[in-house]
Ligand binder design. Structure first.
Ligand code: AMP
Length: 278
């Protein structure tokens, strides 16, 4: 594995290789969720590029950006072991040089609700802008994303379709801890007590799923058992919604496959998760 820090060096490294390219965009602090994307990319491509960049423009809170874990040395070892060929780890000035003035603006429900409403609409504009820059820099055949960030996937698919970017978007399943907590770079920020309580997030999703499996179709009645699970562990809920998987519109009655999305704060740490219910 080689590490490159500029777009020019990334392109030069790719020019020396033949065959298909898979891109795995990450913000580092790698865990097995990220590595599952690398494994999928490695199986399907001749060259795997992983980007490692904590994108400042998608953070709405300076403290959150400052606290975001940064572990590049350990990340490089994990990436190499999992099958990354080229690690692209630019600094902020490489992607946002002086005078930078362009942003991808994503409009409508997909970008303005849920994460867009709670983190501010600049969140998805910042994410979309950096993803497009990464796609232009690596020109991959396929880019790999995790189902854990479901709204991100919807927004990325929209942007790729709208701008006509020639890339396939692959989505890999959410990797979880044994107690169900979705792996996240933010999990290391949880105190031991908060880490135990955080299991209520996937438990709430499972409670809602069980109610749906028992035949309940009403949004309010489906949310109730999930809200009970969260209240028991004093989890500060930001949202729990049942939405159409493509449009992200809220479904008052669940009469089709639906995405259940949740965001909650456990202590100081904000976590998100989701499941699909049939
Ligand atoms: P991040 O570094 O948090 O921006 O995540 C980089 C990529 O890894 C995104 O496509 C995430 O959706 C994906 N990812 C993060 N956590 C998980 C997980 N637990 N399972 C699968 N993919 C994940």
């Amino acid at each position: 594995m080689i590490t490159v820090r500029t777009v020019a060096d990334l392109r030069a490294a790719l020019a020396e290789r033949t065959g298909s390219v898979g891109l795995v965009p990450t913000m580092g602090a790698l865990h097995d969720g990220h590595l599952s994307l690398v494994r999928a990319a490695h199986e399907e491509n001749d060259t795997v590029v992983m980007s490692l960049f904590v994108n400042p423009t998608q953070f709405n809170d300076a403290r959150d950006l400052a606290a975001y874990p940064r572990t590049e040395e350990a990340d490089a070892a994990l990436a190499a072991e999992a099958g990354v060929d080229i690690l692209f780890a630019p600094d902020a000035a490489e992607l946002y040089p002086g005078g930078f003035a362009t942003s991808i603006r994503v409009e409508g429900t997909i970008a303005e609700t849920l994460e867009g409403a709670h983190r501010g609409r600049a969140h998805f504009d910042g994410m979309a802008t950096v993803v497009v820059k990464l796609l232009l820099a690596a020109a991959p055949d396929t880019a790999y994303f995790g189902a854990k960030d479901a709204q991100q996937v919807v927004v990325v698919r929209r942007v790729v379709a709208d701008l006509g970017i020639p890339v396939r978007i692959a989505v890999c399943p959410t990797v979880r801890e044994p107690d169900g907590l979705a792996l996240s770079s933010r999990n290391v920020l949880l105190s031991p007590g908060d880490r135990a309580r955080a299991a209520a997030i996937p438990a709430a999703l499972r409670a809602l799923e069980a109610a749906a499996a028992a035949g309940e179709r009403d949004r309010g009645a489906l949310r109730e058992p999930a809200l009970d699970v969260l209240a028991e562990q004093l989890i500060a809920l930001e949202y729990l919604e049942i939405v159409d998987p493509d449009t992200l519109e809220v479904l008052p009655t669940v009469d089709r496959t639906a995405l259940v999305v949740i965001a909650a704060k456990v202590g100081q740490t904000r976590l998100i998760d989701n499941i699909t219910i049939a």
